[in-house]
Ligand binder design. Sequence first.
Ligand code: ZN
Length: 123
Amino acid sequence: MTKDEWYKQLFEGLGNSKFRSGFHLKQKDIDYINEKGLDTIRRHAEDFIAKRIAPAKVLNDGKQTPMRGHPVFIAQHATATCCRECIRKWHKIRPGRELSKIQQEYLVDVIMVWIKREFDRYK
Ligand SMILES: [Zn+2]
């Protein structure tokens, strides 16, 4: 499967999930992105993934990503990059070992694709 095919399949699946597709950015999230810029938002996503998701052992996995407070948190729930169990199920990456830089970059990419789509809906 090519990268494009995988992303298409993934986002179709997320769109078909009642839970995942229920998450959307609100006006205040859009304002925040406008204020910070997408590059900064991406750095925040990199930071959250590195600190909360990437370690081999995550304390309270499944509860480390808040439901509000930052557009990236919303995007993580919408894209099933919120915890290692969701990442196992949706992104086929095994829990229990530290995420590689490439895996982290992939998850950040997925988050940013979702954020840009939401962002474009407000234009
Ligand atoms: Zn999760």
